[in-house]
Ligand binder design. Structure first.
Ligand SMILES: [Zn+2]
Length: 103
């Protein structure tokens, strides 16, 4: 990696370069150094190429993790609705009980 490719300030446009991670199907999790989107100069991989087996397996695992995260969020939302329904039911039961005691 020469000086133009390292992290830091790009000598071409003056913007900060940073190590980023690719999440494409062909390079899942592979790190690279790049400038901004406007300045494509100096793009360089940090990690060596992925083996063929990794490019087959990792994207599927990532999709599975993302699907499971969405499911967890859906379950959390459903749990919150059930809690609110339960609290509402308790409030109604108490209100009816207090009403019967008073009248
Ligand atoms: Zn640049």
């Amino acid at each position: 990696m020469n000086e133009n490719m390292d992290e830091g300030v790009c000598i071409l446009c003056g913007k900060v370069r940073a190590v980023q991670t690719s999440w494409t199907d062909t390079n899942p999790g592979r790190r690279f150094v790049s400038c901004s989107h406007e300045c494509k100069a100096g793009f360089k991989w940090v990690d060596p190429p992925m083996c063929h087996r990794s490019t087959q397996i990792i994207p599927g695992l990532l999709r599975r993790v993302n699907r499971m995260r969405r499911e967890v969020e859906e379950w959390k939302a459903a749990e919150m609705k059930m809690r609110m329904l339960l609290i509402g039911t308790w409030v109604m039961i108490v209100a009816v009980g207090v009403g019967k005691l008073m009248f």
